[in-house]
Design a protein around this ligand. Structure first.
Ligand code: ADP
Length: 391
């Protein structure tokens, strides 16, 4: 059965068509620059990317383009073959503790959370509406980045701020990357042969977060009310004293919004190194002795290790740490330095395995705590949820 997994952003729409339950990718692609005359539609056909530049005024036209592309390239013979659509939705707040079949009411409920994710949820909704309009008889499911973390206890998700802020405005930690943390931790449980395992997932991509998973449940995660909290990322600062906002806004005559933008877009690897937000550039320059690239790397490693230490204590032990996403799957230098930074926990790196790619154990056989590379697959996770709710 064919299912589409969709990730709609404000000016882009990514999709993957999967055969389920085989979890086999049939094709994938994206529409970029939605809202512009020179939008680009890309679709993978026989392993090759086919591109087309065309005006795409809105998400509905983007979805039409995707569907026409699937028909034109004979990926599907008719629309009837598509049996379900799964939509990634960033913020589910406390309303959504599970994925859900989309109805008019569900769309309204997602809209009611727009204040918590003003950059993401409205864009996700435009994708949902476009697909509902074009495929009205097909089951559509919303899969939230936050639901996996809804199992956190209050002591993990509440900020030590006025309690009223939580009650009135929903100010608390929600966490993100939930589909990835769930996918990777479930795989780690299988590899360990232990459903009760204590696992830390390090999802290190452009956006990056850590998650502590105890017996299959998220008990803590590093992102917060927004994806800005936690470890530093490509361009995000991660944790920082909020008083910085006031100081920098006064010194640089900027609004809080502008300073917040700097913390989101000009910080992290990019801000510290002054070179790049891309881990490949950071590592390359570090190996050539570039001071600030090295500093960006060292800060990153320390902050990741800080979280791992705290999760180890919070869970009362650790069976495995799993590296995933762009950096986690592809940057041996980052994995190596993280593992060396936490070796006190009883973890030893297998240097040779660490140089390889793909799913594998990268700790030595006698290592008390195991380390794995586990490639993430958020699309498969979304398609699984569509399948589960299509009963
Ligand atoms: P996102 O999905 O959050 O945009 P990704 O998971 O694609 O991000 O991760 C992007 C990051 O992965 C970039 O910092 C990039 O440098 C890093 N990355 C991708 N491939 C490699 C590689 N071969 N070696 C080192 N880093 C890599």
């Amino acid at each position: 059965m064919k299912i589409i997994a969709v990730n709609a952003g404000s000016s882009s729409l990514k999709f993957q068509l999967l055969n389920m339950p085989e979890e086999h990718e049939i094709t994938s692609g994206l529409v970029e620059r939605i809202g512009y005359d020179n939008a680009v539609f890309t679709i993978k056909i026989d392993g090759k990317k086919v591109k087309k530049e065309t005006p795409v005024p809105n998400h509905k036209v983007a979805v039409e383009l995707v569907i026409e592309g699937l028909l034109e390239h004979k990926v599907i013979a008719s629309l009837d073959e598509i049996k379900g659509v799964g939509h990634r939705v960033v913020q589910g707040g406390e309303l959504f503790k599970d994925s859900v079949v989309i109805t008019d009411q569900v769309v309204k409920d997602i809209e009611s959370l727009n204040d918590l994710a003003p950059l993401h949820n409205p864009a996700n909704i435009t994708g949902i509406e476009a697909f509902r309009e074009l495929l009205p008889n097909v089951i559509q499911v919303a899969v939230f980045d936050t639901t996996f973390h809804q199992t956190m206890r209050e002591d993990a998700y509440l900020y030590a701020a006025p309690y009223d802020w939580y009650k009135k405005y929903g100010v608390r930690k929600y966490g993100f990357h939930g589909t990835s943390h769930q996918f990777v931790s479930e795989r780690a449980q299988e590899l360990l042969g232990n459903k009760d395992a204590k696992i830390i997932v390090a999802h290190l991509g452009n956006g990056a977060s850590l998650c502590a998973v105890d017996g299959g449940k998220s008990v803590d995660t590093s992102m917060g009310l927004t994806p800005l909290e936690g470890i530093p990322m490509g361009t995000r600062s991660g944790n920082i004293d909020p008083a910085v906002l006031m100081l920098v806004s006064e010194k640089e005559n900027k609004t809080y919004e502008e300073v917040l933008n700097d913390l989101n877009k000009s910080s992290g690897y990019l801000g510290v190194s002054g070179i790049s937000n891309d881990s490949r550039d950071i590592v390359e320059n570090m190996l050539q002795g570039h001071y600030r690239a090295t500093l960006a790397h060292r800060i990153q490693i320390k902050r990741i290790a800080d979280y791992i230490g705290s999760y180890y204590v919070y869970m009362g032990g650790l069976d495995a740490i799993c590296f995933t996403a762009g950096i986690g799957e592809n940057a041996p230098e980052v994995r190596k330095d993280v593992i060396n930074a936490i070796k006190v926990l009883g973890i030893t790196l297998d240097e040779e395995e660490n140089q390889k790619r793909g799913e594998r154990m990268i700790s030595t056989a006698d290592s008390k705590v195991k380390a794995f590379i586990i490639p993430t697959n958020e699309e498969v996770m979304i398609a699984r949820e569509v399948l589960r709710l299509n009963k």
